[in-house]
Design a protein. Structure first.
Length: 201
């Protein structure tokens, strides 16, 4: 086994996904993942689990021989819902998106995918759709659909500035819209702005 190259091949196959996310999907502990990347000899079970999580062939991962099978797409972590992304919980899996779509169309370096958990934003986003979220927005640069945390609750809503106050809207008329007063606006934490979606037909 080319142990010197194992850590390099793992990093290559990670394709931008976090090491924590890979370890979680592979079912290995953070300490085991750190040991492997630092050069420790992994067990066969851990190698097989890593190969599955990374979507590469076990032979390539172990020996470096043959084609890597590294996905050509951009790995984007998929979270179970807005609260999972807001709480920095491990993603449930990763989805692959064309790099040109991620970098050129969305212009995001920190894209995450989030499963929509209710119909508050229907028809724009329905329950079960996947929202593509730019996590690089720390402030409300423009009106749009955001994942926000307010009073310990993570929500996927349309935000609009009204002076120093914020109007929080649901596209579905069955859900009420409300206003966060200017005095409370600083308590809102923006997790990310929705820049696209993968929708069910």
């Amino acid at each position: 086994m080319n142990e010197d190259g194992l850590g390099q091949r793992i990093k290559q196959a990670m394709n931008g996904e976090s090491a924590r996310s890979i370890a979680w999907r592979a079912g290995i502990s953070d300490s085991t993942r750190r040991s492997i990347l630092a050069g420790a000899r992994p067990t066969v079970d851990n190698l097989a689990a890593l190969a599955r999580a990374l979507g590469v062939g076990l032979d390539w991962l172990v020996t470096g021989a043959g084609s890597s099978g590294v996905p050509r797409g951009e790995r984007t972590p998929l979270y179970a819902g807005p609260d999972a992304l807001a709480d920095d919980a491990p993603p449930t899996e990763a989805i692959e998106l064309p790099p040109a779509l991620v970098r050129t169309r969305f212009g995001c370096a920190a894209l995450a995918a989030v499963t929509v958990g209710d119909d508050a934003m229907a028809p724009t986003l329905a329950e079960g759709d996947v929202a593509l979220v730019d996590r690089d927005c720390g402030r409300l640069a423009r009106d749009g659909v955001y994942i926000m945390v307010f009073e310990k609750t993570a929500l996927l809503r349309r935000l609009q500035r009204a002076g120093a106050a914020l109007i929080v809207e649901a596209d579905n008329p069955a859900f009420r819209s409300w206003t966060i007063a200017a005095a409370q606006a600083a308590e809102v934490r923006l997790v990310g702005r929705v820049v696209g979606a993968i929708r069910r037909i």
